[in-house]
Design a protein around this ligand. Structure first.
Ligand SMILES: *[C@@H]1O[C@H](CO)[C@@H](O)[C@H](O)[C@H]1NC(C)=O
Ligand SMILES: *[C@@H]1O[C@H](CO)[C@@H](O)[C@H](O)[C@H]1NC(C)=O
Length: 260
């Protein structure tokens, strides 16, 4: 399925709302796109395995699980089927294919115990929506410094997330802390880059939302997902208003493909 450019731009404007606490920005497309990133693009995960996991027993990914997720990602987000992936003009070096993303996503599921279909589908559908199918690691419209990783979270969350990662402690000392350096460090490592959505669900969502996603079945999954978007991700949709079609589309595809 081909996604019209308009839909992508629309999707990216919704990204502005996601995680935004201040609604002060209407400048959308007029601004200069993302300035030249100070960090080089992440190396292909397949050729450079990420740093060793802190808990060896919990991070072994079976080739079968990885193959299954690659296939699922390709149906959820068809743009990720391209090898190599194709960058968006405004985001050179930021795209990721399904086969590059699957390992990091599976490790994030293990690290943050994302186990139910609803949890997995919520996290994956959020990421593909926020990044226009893994084309962006950094906020481009309007180019808000420090906003990014694959769930496109705001700088404050990136700070909390980075603080939770032991290997990043050196860049987070009070004297050198900087939102840009933090985001650079997070997007450079595919495990950190693709791990933020699972971290966010497990650490920033209220207990009720987490439980709803964890315990949901076919009949209650949609309600749990809506709770996740409205109460936790806080996408700025008014009470009673519908969840945007573009988000629903990815959710429906994700819960189907990840049933497995
Ligand atoms: C790390 O491994 C131990 C030993 O198998 C296990 O009990 C524990 O739950 C793991 N920790 C995490 C965070 O996965
Ligand atoms: C982060 O980068 C932006 C854009 O390059 C710059 O305007 C801003 O001052 C930087 N912030 C910090 C804290 O260095």
């Amino acid at each position: 399925m081909k996604i019209p450019l308009f839909a992508l731009l629309l999707a990216l404007t919704f990204s502005l709302l996601a995680f935004a606490q201040d609604g002060d920005d209407d400048s959308c497309f007029a601004d200069d796109p993302d300035p030249v990133p100070s960090a080089p693009p992440a190396p292909a995960p397949s050729s450079s395995p990420p740093s060793p996991p802190s808990n060896g027993t919990s991070t072994t990914i079976s080739p079968a699980a990885e193959a299954a997720l690659i296939a699922a990602l390709k149906t959820i987000a068809p743009a990720t089927a391209l090898e190599p992936c194709k960058d968006a003009a405004q985001a050179p070096g930021q795209c990721s294919s399904a086969s590059q993303a699957a390992g990091p996503i599976l490790r994030s599921f293990q690290k943050y115990t994302i186990e139910s279909v609803a949890e997995k589908a919520a996290v994956v559908s959020l990421m593909v929506f926020e990044t226009a199918e893994f084309k962006y690691q950094r906020n481009v419209f309007p180019g808000r410094p420090g906003q990014g990783t694959r769930n496109m979270q705001m700088p404050d969350f990136n700070k909390k997330y980075a603080t939770s990662i032991e290997e990043l402690t050196p860049i987070l000392t009070p004297l050198s802390y900087n939102i840009n350096a933090t985001l650079d460090a997070l997007v450079k490592n595919p495990d950190y880059d693709f791990g933020s959505a699972a971290w966010f669900l497990r650490n920033e969502c209220d207990e009720g939302t987490q439980t709803a996603l964890k315990k949901s079945d076919d009949g209650t999954m949609d309600a749990a997902w809506e709770m996740y978007l409205r109460k936790c991700v806080n996408i700025g949709i008014e009470e009673g208003a519908e969840i945007p079609e573009e988000r629903k589309k990815y959710w429906i595809a994700a819960k189907e493909a990840l049933k497995g």
